[in-house]
Design a protein around this ligand. Structure first.
Ligand code: NAD
Length: 370
C-alpha cells in the first residue's frame, strides 16, 4: 500500500521550450525526468493545422502540452527522443508560411496539466481500413492507417478504442493493439495500427467492422493501458494465461521476449491458452512454431472439445495450473516471476483468485482490463 500511495503522488510538471533555427520550421523541446523514454511514450495530434496536443505517458500519468500555435503548420512533423539527452523529446514542425514567429502562440487551458491514465478522456481521430485478413473462421486481422495529423506508437499491452455511431447511439469498444507473432520484430509501423477482431453474431462493434470495406473509415482513440514492459526485463519466468481473444496482449509480449532471446537473454515462457473448441485457437500455427523454436511451453485447454481432442479440457482451475506450471514463487517480493492474465472478466477474476491461492501476490500478477 505504501508503494501505491507513493506512486500516486503527482509528478513534477514537464518543462517546455521551442527554438526556430530556420524561418520555415520550429522545434518543440519537452524536458522530462524519465530516463527510459521512447517514442511509445508520446502521442501527438494536430488539429486544423493550428493547434497541437502532445500527450506524454510517464509512470501511469499523462502530461499534456496543448498550444494554439501562432500560425499554421503542415501535417509533416517528426517526433524523436533527443540524441543528447534521453529524457528530452524533440518535435520538428513545419510552417505553412516561411517566416519567424514572435511567439509560439497561446497555451490552451490544459497546457502542462497532469492526470492519471485512468482519468484521461481519450482523443479520437479517423482511421482508414487498409487491410483485412482472416485468422480463424470468425476472427480477422484488421490494419488501419493513421491520419497524417496523428503520431502514435502504442506501447506493448496497450489498447485503443474504436467508436462508431450506429442507429443514433454511439458504440465504443476497446481492442488491444497487436502485431503478428514473428521472430521478435515489435516495430509496429508508425503509420498503421493492427487489431485482431473476433466477429460475434450479436457483436455490436464487430458487425459494424465486418461491413467496412477497404478504404472506409472509423474513429479510433489514443491508447490506454498500464502494462510496464520493463517488468518483463526483471523476470526469469513468464506465465501467460489467456482465454479466447485474451491472447492479443500476449502476442506483442511474446515478440518482445523473442527479441530479448535474440539479444542473449533467457526467459522461461509458459502460455496456457483456454478456448472453447480447437477451431477457436488463435494463431495456433505461429504459436506451435515459436514454441518449438524458442522453447516456449504452450498448453491448449478446451472447454467445449469434440471427441477427437486428446489434450486438456475444462475451465481454468487450481489443479491444472499446479500441474502445468513451475512451482509458485517462494518469496512475496520475488519479482523473477510474472503472470499476465487476459480473457473474459469471469475468467480473469477466477484466474487471479487461483493464483493468489497458490502463493502469488499482486507483485507477480498483471491483469489486462479494458
Ligand atoms: P470465449 O467466450 O470464447 O471463451 C474463451 C475461454 O474462456 C473459454 O473456453 C473458457 O475456458 C474461458 N471462460 C469463459 N467464460 C468463463 C467463465 N465464466 N469462467 C471461467 N472461464 C471462462 O472468449 P472470447 O469470445 O474470445 O472473449 C474473450 C474476452 O477477452 C472478451 O470478453 C474480451 O473483452 C476480453 N479481452 C480483454 C482484453 C483486455 O482487457 N485488454 C483484451 C482482449 C480480450
Amino acid at each position: 500500500e505504501t508503494s501505491l500511495t507513493k506512486s500516486k503522488s503527482l509528478p513534477n510538471r514537464l518543462r517546455f521550450d521551442f527554438r526556430q533555427q530556420n524561418s520555415d520550421s520550429l522545434t518543440l523541446f519537452i524536458y522530462t525526468t524519465c530516463i527510459n523514454l521512447t517514442v511509445e511514450n508520446i502521442f501527438v495530434y494536430i488539429e486544423n493545422s493550428k493547434q497541437i496536443l502532445i500527450l506524454v505517458f510517464i509512470d501511469g500519468f499523462i502530461h499534456t502540452i496543448a498550444i494554439d500555435l501562432l500560425e499554421l503548420i503542415t501535417n509533416e512533423f517528426t517526433v524523436r527522443i533527443s540524441s543528447d539527452s534521453r529524457t528530452q523529446i524533440e518535435i520538428d514542425l513545419n510552417k505553412q508560411i516561411d517566416r519567424k514567429w514572435k511567439s509560439i502562440g497561446k497555451f490552451l487551458p490544459n497546457h502542462l496539466s497532469i492526470c492519471t491514465v485512468q482519468d484521461f478522456d481519450p482523443i479520437y481521430f479517423t482511421v482508414t481500413l487498409i487491410k483485412r485478413t482472416p485468422v480463424t473462421y470468425n476472427t480477422d486481422w484488421y490494419t488501419f492507417s493513421l491520419p497524417s495529423n496523428v503520431f502514435m506508437v502504442p506501447p506493448i499491452g496497450y489498447h485503443i478504442r474504436l467508436r462508431q455511431a450506429k442507429d443514433g447511439i454511439i458504440i465504443v469498444k476497446p481492442y488491444t493493439v497487436v502485431n503478428r507473432l514473428n521472430n521478435g520484430e515489435n516495430s509496429s509501423s508508425k503509420h498503421t495500427i493492427e487489431l485482431l477482431v473476433k466477429h460475434y453474431l450479436d457483436g455490436i462493434m464487430s458487425t459494424t467492422l465486418e461491413k467496412l470495406n477497404i478504404g472506409d473509415t472509423i474513429e479510433m482513440s489514443s491508447y490506454e493501458g498500464t502494462f510496464d514492459i520493463q517488468r518483463i526485463d526483471m523476470c526469469q519466468t513468464l506465465i501467460l494465461i489467456s482465454a479466447g481473444t485474451g491472447l492479443t496482449p500476449m502476442i506483442r509480449i511474446m515478440n518482445y521476449v523473442i527479441q530479448q532471446t535474440n539479444n542473449g537473454k533467457h526467459i522461461n515462457v509458459f502460455l496456457v491458452f483456454f478456448n472453447r473448441t480447437e477451431k477457436d485457437i488463435l494463431c495456433r500455427e505461429e504459436l506451435d512454431t515459436i514454441s518449438k523454436q524458442f522453447k516456449f511451453v504452450v498448453h491448449y485447454i478446451l472447454s467445449e472439445p469434440d471427441t477427437e481432442w486428446t489434450g486438456e479440457t475444462g475451465y481454468i482451475r487450481g489443479e491444472l495450473l499446479h500441474r502445468l506450471l513451475p512451482p509458485s514463487p517462494s518469496k512475496d517480493h520475488d519479482i523473477q516471476t510474472l503472470v499476465c492474465i487476459c480473457g473474459p472478466i469471469k475468467f480473469t477474476t477466477l484466474a487471479v483468485e487461483l493464483f493468489k491461492e497458490q502463493n502469488y501476490n499482486d507483485n507477480h500478477l498483471h491483469v489486462f482490463l479494458a
